[in-house]
Design a protein around this ligand. Structure first.
Ligand code: C5P
Length: 215
């Protein structure tokens, strides 16, 4: 996936009107947003089409899919059927569950992003221990896209080493969670930023500043 300015906006605003206002303010500095449960549960899956049609954005659905294969397949089907360009799926559920999403992504000719490790402090206790194995599984499965944390650069670096230079890594945790944009982009192809943009008094300037800081 090609991502303008290597920046993905995490649209975790729970009112569509407010979310659209942020998009209008930011303008064409970005071309990709990440939608997760906050907006989808508040406003419905129709939000994917609204952002695509009104702003021509690429949409990555951060549904952190983590169920049995049969259910994962249904979740991915609905996500792609409703216009998503990519879906984020958890890796800890194992190869068969991930493959169910991968098959749907292939069927729709869209992207699967494998989540190796999360960016928050709690992720250290369980998920971090297995993150390298999850990344290795992704490589074995031929997965090209990964999610790895900006909050722990050493971990991001390690995951980059495992998935190789040709894989595509998107990295959340820049800004509010403490990650640095430029440093993160040494190992990731794009950063994911949410609150530092949409909670800012001036989302346009916040976006410009983040983009400048990456140069
Ligand atoms: O507001 P903030 O910039 O912290 O948003 C980060 C976004 O990335 C949120 O949507 C969060 O759910 C998501 N995320 C994350 N860590 C991961 C995967 C996704 O923070 N490993």
């Amino acid at each position: 996936m090609k991502i303008k300015n290597n920046l993905i906006l995490a649209m975790d605003i729970m009112e569509l009107q407010k979310a659209e206002k942020v998009c209008e303010t930011i303008g064409n500095q970005i071309d990709t947003i990440k939608i997760g449960y906050p907006l989808t549960l508040a406003e419905g899956i129709k939000t994917i089409k609204i952002f695509k049609e009104n702003y021509n954005y690429q949409i990555i659905c951060d549904y952190k899919v983590a169920d049995i294969p049969a259910t994962n397949s249904k979740i991915a089907e609905q996500t792609f059927k409703n216009g998503a360009d990519g879906i984020i799926t958890h890796g800890f559920v194992g190869e068969d569950s991930v493959k169910a999403c991968q098959d749907k992504a292939d069927e729709y000719n869209k992207d699967l992003f494998l989540l190796t490790e999360m960016s928050h402090p709690g992720a250290k206790r369980f998920l971090q221990k297995d993150a390298d194995e999850i990344a290795k599984m992704g490589v074995e499965m031929g997965i090209k896209n990964y999610v790895a944390p900006a909050t722990r650069i050493n971990r991001l670096k390690e995951i980059r080493e495992i998935v190789g230079k040709d894989s595509f890594i998107i990295s959340p945790g820049v800004g509010k969670q403490g990650g640095e944009a430029k440093k993160t982009l040494e190992y990731a192809n794009a950063i994911i930023v949410g609150r530092s943009i949409y909670e800012s008094e001036n989302p346009k300037k916040a976006t410009e500043d983040i983009i400048k800081s990456t140069k």
